[in-house]
Design a protein around this ligand. Sequence first.
Ligand SMILES: Cc1cc2nc3c(=O)[nH]c(=O)nc-3n(C[C@H](O)[C@H](O)[C@H](O)COP(=O)(O)OP(=O)(O)OC[C@H]3O[C@@H](n4cnc5c(N)ncnc54)[C@H](O)[C@@H]3O)c2cc1C
Length: 487
Amino acid sequence: MPKAVVVGSGPNGLAAAVRLARHGVGVTVLEAADGLGGGARTTEKLVAGTLHDECSAVHPTAVLSPYLRELGLERYGLRWRHPEVMLAHPLDDGACGVLRGSAEETAAGLPAGDGERWLRVFGPLAAHVETTAGDLLGPLTRWPSHPLHLARFGLRAVPPASLMRRLWRSPATQSLFLGAAAHVMHDLHAPMTSSVAAMLIAAGHRFGWPVAEGGSQAITDALTGLLHDLGGTTETGRLVESTSDLPEADVVLLDTTPASAARIFEGRLPKRVHRAYHRWRHGPAAFKVDFAVRGGVPWRNAACAAAGTVHLGGGPDEMLRTTCEIQRGRMPAAPFVLVGQQYLADPSRSAGDVHPVWAYAHVPHGFTGDATTAIIDQIERFAPGFADEVVAFSAKNPGELARGNPNHVGGNILTGANDPFQLVFRPRLTLHPYDTGVPGVYLCSAATPPGAGVHGMGGYHAAGRALRHLERAKGGRIRVLQPDSGG
Ligand SMILES: Cc1cc2nc3c(=O)[nH]c(=O)nc-3n(C[C@H](O)[C@H](O)[C@H](O)COP(=O)(O)OP(=O)(O)OC[C@H]3O[C@@H](n4cnc5c(N)ncnc54)[C@H](O)[C@@H]3O)c2cc1C
């Protein structure tokens, strides 16, 4: 039986491990942290019984992912729960942009004129997003399976978000769009910054923005359960720093940053790959705060009280200003804050009347200050009295995020800056983005296509390359790592 080692147990690492194991490969996953899951972990903290997502919370890309859907993870306990409202973006004047289930429902709730435009833009994208998912969640450098649908998507994805927002008149609709675009974590004046919004909104209108019952950990537990059933093994507390930390294997998949991959395989990567991996840029950071809140957040706007996700960044001009400032390394007084109220769709996460509220602010790369007060102030701005209801909270600054996960360099939770070049050519300019140039060694993290998000598609594609290598090597097995060679 051929052997594989997967370094890192994030959604991409586990997805890669499962694909290999399903093809009869003996897989071992090595994880540096004490628990499995990387960006899909949940802990009980602050108050007995409240469950807090440590990283990812809301899963439009997981339900869009053709691979995760194919795995039937429901058999391993994964249940999606949908909030009544997907997303709300309140403004100071009481107006609110609201993203609901379908494009039609959303359009009906938007101001006159904007609704028709919303439907014209997102109706066709949502109608075809399932067909296009394989192209959207794969390398953009290969020939697409559905070129026309992808071209239609590209029309909406390529313009800067600052330009696209002009399709709509009201500040509420513009902000709704810009808040979704801000997930790209880049200056929204740059080309391609509409891409993430186009995908998240289209996926939302087709599949929703669900949460996993019991927390995002349920995604990790389901993938791990499947992997173990297929004979794969997992080991935690195993930081891999060089090939001498790796057991014997025919293929190695790295759910790591490109720079870590270069360090682990120091001296073995082709020079051009080594250089490209060290040139990979990491973008702005997150500052995360988990709250336990008695009675939930006292929102002024009713839509916010029903929304799984609330974006707090004020109107369109403010949104554009703050994303630009953060890109330039300056911390705005009122940063863009994302609030998750997963307990609305999944009450199992609350302890009686005390609810877990998840929040993070976009802050500059490597930000060393404390953004807790800025986050609380931003919530208070739209929910006066919030601070009085907070029973307990805990904060993680970019440095702590990076210490908890080596992929979050400088607190950048996307494993790389989403500038226009890196959005397309990740992690380097090549037709084979998962290949490291060392036969049998592949990169599979969010630094590879399609980028950040819980979808496992980076892992799926990288495992495909590894299986191809094993197929070619049949009969004359190629060992990437010999037991006695230290690499
Ligand atoms: C605060 C926050 C909020 C987020 N919100 C969402 C959201 O709502 N929805 C969404 O879809 N996505 C969200 N994300 C992003 C999402 O979590 C990531 O894009 C996704 O987890 C990336 O998966 P991955 O497998 O590439 O890497 P990761 O999930 O980062 O996992 C990488 C794993 O590899 C391990 N590792 C790295 N290097 C080594 C090494 N050398 N040796 C051993 N182990 C190693 C790490 O410890 C880690 O466990 C969020 C992330 C954060 C941090």
